[in-house]
Design a protein around this ligand. Sequence first.
Ligand SMILES: *[C@@H]1O[C@H](CO)[C@@H](O)[C@H](O)[C@H]1NC(C)=O
Ligand SMILES: *[C@@H]1O[C@H](CO)[C@@H](O)[C@H](O)[C@H]1NC(C)=O
Ligand SMILES: *[C@@H]1O[C@H](CO)[C@@H](O)[C@H](O)[C@H]1NC(C)=O
Length: 412
Amino acid sequence: MATRDHHSRKSSSNSSLGSRLLLTLLCVASICLCFSLFRKDASSRPLTAYSAVLGESDSNCNYSNGRWIYDPTVRSPTRYDQTCKEIFKGWNCIASGKSNAIDIVKWRWKPYQCDLPLFDPLRFLNDFRDTNIGFIGDSLNRNMFVALFCNLKRVSVEVKKWRPVGADRGFTFLEYNLTIAYHRTNLLARYGRWAASNSGGMLESLGFKEGYRVDADIPEGTWAEALSFHDILIFNTGHWWWAPSKFDPVKSPMIFFEKGLPVIPPIPPDIGLDMVLRHMLSYVEKQVRANAILFFRTQSPRHFEGGDWDQGGSCSRSQPLLPQEVEKLFSIESNGTNVETRLVNKHLYKALEGSPFKVLDITHISEFRADAHPSTAGGKKHDDCMHWCLPGLTDTWNDLFIAHLNAIRFRN
Ligand SMILES: *[C@@H]1O[C@H](CO)[C@@H](O)[C@H](O)[C@H]1NC(C)=O
Ligand SMILES: *[C@@H]1O[C@H](CO)[C@@H](O)[C@H](O)[C@H]1NC(C)=O
Ligand SMILES: *[C@@H]1O[C@H](CO)[C@@H](O)[C@H](O)[C@H]1NC(C)=O
């Protein structure tokens, strides 16, 4: 008090103007505060959680910015092992004797600004009781789905296996009434074989003989009805858009349709991807449950070196790549075998901008992990440098997914 008196006595008219200004500022600030409290109330956000959120939230940590650290003390496998029945044979690197299979999970991702803890399956089951979680996408989303299943199955054995709403496979953890399901779809949109008809048409007159008809505005049946069922959804698409062995640009091109009619002039796959994403995202936004949480996962990198999968390419590394090796393999400028990784992401980010989807960015952290694919242990004629060994990298994707989920849940 004395100090303040002292101050005010010394003050000139100049400083009384200053204090009036200060008062005005305080008023404005308190009005702002009231508004923000009101807004928090309106979204039923518990006030007590707010300050804690700032500490724990993902908003101030860039999970993608970090490095892989080798921890030889990890007793591996830490989470589940090769006995998890859901692991597809080609991904079960321990069972098939891949030389570094045990080492794969000794690498831990360390973001520079925070930690990414291994998610706790029991806490997850408890926190997400009565919840349905759908993975919608290609086999790489299945890889992530299986990793989540194996983690949960280890701590909760009462499981009902079934196929909810078009799913390829699904499991309900009965004690917690938590369901996870995988909906297989390569392009998100519906597609099928197309052949020229004798009666002719626009495409025939342009010289098209056969290919794949992709209905850009029609979701594939495997997931079209699933949106009213799931509370949390994780989408992906990408690998099939740069797959000339299936969608040969000459022998079996993708032919895009909209509103049941061919898009004329015909568009290449990368433009088609934009069109499909636009339609599919808007379909999801319209059909999804009111409080659903939406994720879109970014592209999973492949690590073919010395050629593509059908040209004898391989991935025989036993350690993650160094940052400069990552750039050499994946930079768009060097246009290497696996260049589609970052190209796909460009399309995804463009389509997702301003959408309610949360981007699950797994690309950069995965680019390092040339060591974590089944490689020759995949049991195919060619090396598998696309899918991931389980247990393995997609467990870390789930750590990231669940860290984001917890941050969202905590905020609400
Ligand atoms: C996060 O880190 C990654 C990898 O270093 C970087 O590419 C990306 O731009 C960063 N994101 C943000 C929002 O800063
Ligand atoms: C299980 O969860 C669903 C919501 O996903 C809910 O509708 C249903 O009533 C729950 N079942 C039981 C037995 O609690
Ligand atoms: C990238 O490489 C492929 C062949 O590997 C080639 O067909 C294509 O034209 C190249 N693209 C660019 C932009 O250089």
